[in-house]
Design a protein around this ligand. Structure first.
Ligand SMILES: O=C(O)CCC(=O)C(=O)O
Ligand SMILES: [Fe+2]
Length: 352
């Protein structure tokens, strides 16, 4: 990506702590919980103990790592290889599957978070090869649009590996959704209906070494908009989470084969702020490239998101007004695509 263009420069208050940005001396904190899912292998095993751990992590952090999660490690290696091979292609080759203003799926090297450019390139694909979303963010416009993935010709096995990984990670996401429901004292399938025609997608992130890591970010601070995110990060490190208790930036330690789970806006709204969707960001460094692969578990376009009625009462009135997921999704997508003059959409805009 060469030199640091002005578009990448963060406002002074959002710049990372320079002594943390050299990849050799990240300071890791063990405070973000790691949850062992091995007992889920036995379908008759009581899920309440794991659900209690999840409840604690979702309240205090909105972030946790899972180990023994059932996603095959050889598949993870294969998808990581395919991801690295894709980004190794020439820019010309990658731009053959470039996203545009209508179709947000494909390759993109001008991602913006909160209107500042991110130091990274990405490749996105929907879980469902064709996915239905609203045509525009305008609340009055009821027109829908069917979007399809753009697959590169190379690497030759790329599409197959991506889709195999997507199916496995989706299974894990549904298991986690069930555990979240149980952890709230709700039936395990309480939230499943929101995902009948899901808009979930996967992203490959490539963060090249950056000449000025003290000025830019791989991804600026943000909260994930959907229900939850299942993230595979490599061993380089750089992801930081804002701690709910005091807003301190805490690095998320790379653990081999673990997956990082973070609560998105929808779960924060469904639980009426009981569970937390944490702000997070990615710092870059001068020497090592980094890859990460998030799966964004997103509801159907027609899902309306509001605090769950079982979780509200006179003492705990709803903190949010209802909003439509599809409109939120397309609005957020626009602001990621290029710099806009307006603030991008946040759940705070729906505060009751
Ligand atoms: O690369 C990472 O570790 C996190 C990326 C991220 O937060 C995102 O793509 O939403
Ligand atoms: Fe994120």
């Amino acid at each position: 990506m060469g030199e640091l263009d002005e578009a990448f420069i963060q406002a002074p208050e959002h710049r990372p702590n320079t002594h943390l940005t050299n990849s050799n001396d990240f300071i890791y904190s063990d405070e973000i919980p790691t949850i062992d899912l091995s007992s889920l292998r036995d379908p008759d095993h009581d899920k309440t103990a794991i659900a209690a751990e999840i409840a604690e992590a979702c309240k205090r952090w909105g972030f946790f790592q899972v180990i023994n999660h059932g996603l095959p490690s050889d598949l993870r290696r294969r998808v990581e290889e395919a991801c690295a091979e894709f980004f190794n292609l020439s820019t010309e080759e990658k731009r053959k599957v470039k996203r545009d203003e209508v179709n947000p799926m494909g390759y993109h090297d001008e991602e913006h978070t909160k209107n500042v450019r991110d130091w990274k390139e990405i490749f996105d694909f929907f879980l469902q090869d064709s996915t239905i979303v609203p045509a525009t963010p305008d609340p009055e416009d009821t027109e829908l649009r069917k979007l399809t993935n753009q697959w590169p010709q190379n690497p030759s096995h790329f599409r197959e590996v991506c889709q195999e990984y997507a199916r496995e990670v989706e299974k894990l996401a549904f298991r986690l959704l069930e555990l979240v429901s149980i952890s709230l004292g709700l039936p395990g399938d309480r939230l499943t209906g929101f995902f009948n025609e899901q808009t979930s997608f996967l992203r490959f992130n490539h963060y090249p070494p950056c000449p000025n890591p003290e000025l830019a970010l791989g991804v600026g601070r943000h909260k994930d908009g959907g229900a939850l995110t299942v993230l595979a990060q490599d061993s380089v490190g750089g992801l930081q989470v804002s701690r709910r208790s005091d807003g301190q930036w805490i690095p998320v330690k790379p653990i081999s084969d673990a997956l990082i789970i973070n609560i998105g806006n929808c779960i924060q709204v469904w639980t009426n702020d009981k569970y937390w969707s944490a702000e997070h960001r990615v710092v870059v460094n001068t020497s090592k490239k980094r890859f990460s692969i998030p799966f964004f578990f997103f509801p159907s376009h027609e899902a309306n998101i509001a605090p769950l009625e079982e979780l509200i009462s006179e003492e705990n009135p709803p903190c949010y007004k209802k909003y439509n997921w599809g409109k939120f999704f397309v609005s957020r997508n626009r602001s990621d695509f290029k710099k806009l003059e307006v603030e991008n959409i946040q759940i705070d805009h729906f505060k009751a």
